[in-house]
Each structure stands twice: as structure tokens, then as C-alpha cells.
Design a protein around this ligand. Structure first.
Ligand code: CA
Ligand code: CA
Length: 143
């Protein structure tokens, strides 16, 4: 569990304690939250030749950098550990995911998208800076 998730759970626990004398409406509003998990990254068109050096930002974490050749698919577990490729999404909130290409001075941002707290299994096309990537992810509702 990363610190952000820990803080969210602690906040939720505090909310439950505070709501014990409250209404059922308040309890409904607190329920939920989601987990985003990146599953796969595919290079459809490179930003550089002959290989890109790609990493993701997932909320407040970033993955390791891995090279991609054109057409290559990597499991997300190849890019980062569980903390790096998963992120808690607050109820009603979203997490920002970016695909970046590592360069010597300023990295190239290929694209950025938002993932809301809603159950889903998505293949997200991310295009920019002359490159085209596809990021697969799942969002699950937390109890
Ligand atoms: Ca590069
Ligand atoms: Ca670049």
C-alpha cells in the first residue's frame, strides 16, 4: 500500500467513525473508491528510431524505463512493481496517467489521460509527439 492509499484509507476510517451517529446517506457517500491497474503497454508507432525509452506516470508514481521497438508489447509488470502500476482512485475522483519517452535533457510527453473511478477494462490509445502507444488497464471497484 502506498502512502497516498494509506492516507485515503485512514481518512475513510475516520469518516466511518464520525458517521456512526450520522445518516445512511453519509455512509453511502463515503463508500467505494477504485483501484487502477495498468496491464499492458504497446508501441504502435515510435517517437524515436530505432527504439523508444518509455516510462509511465501513474498518479504520483512513475514506472521504470524500458525500451520499445515498433510493434512491441510489454506487460506492465515488466515496467514496474505493484505500487508503480496500480493506484487508488478516490470515489468520484480520477488518476492521471502519462506516457513519456526518456531523453537526455527534457523527456518527451507522448500523451496524458484521466482514469475515473468506474469499473472498466480499457485499451487506451495515446498519440502525440509523432508516436502512438496503446495502454491497457483495468479499474475495479473497492469494497
Ligand atoms: Ca529517447
Ligand atoms: Ca524523445
Amino acid at each position: 500500500m502506498n502512502l497516498k492509499r494509506f492516507a485515503a484509507v485512514m481518512s475513510l476510517a475516520g469518516g466511518i467513525a464520525a458517521a456512526t451517529a450520522g445518516t445512511s446517506h453519509a455512509q453511502t457517500a463515503m463508500a467505494g473508491g477504485c483501484e487502477l491497474r495498468i496491464t499492458e503497454v504497446r508501441a504502435l508507432d515510435l517517437q524515436e528510431t530505432p527504439t523508444d525509452e518509455i516510462y509511465l506516470r501513474v498518479g504520483d508514481e512513475r514506472t521504470n524505463t524500458r525500451t520499445f521497438t515498433e510493434g512491441q508489447t510489454r506487460e506492465a509488470t515488466d515496467l514496474g512493481n505493484a505500487d508503480q502500476i496500480t493506484e487508488f482512485i478516490a470515489p468520484g475522483g480520477f488518476v492521471v496517467v502519462s506516457v513519456l519517452e526518456d531523453d537526455a535533457v527534457v523527456d518527451t510527453t507522448i500523451g496524458t489521460f484521466r482514469v475515473p473511478c468506474r469499473t472498466a477494462s480499457v485499451e487506451k490509445d495515446v498519440a502525440g509527439a509523432g508516436a502512438f502507444y496503446r495502454v491497457s488497464y483495468v479499474v475495479t471497484q473497492l469494497p
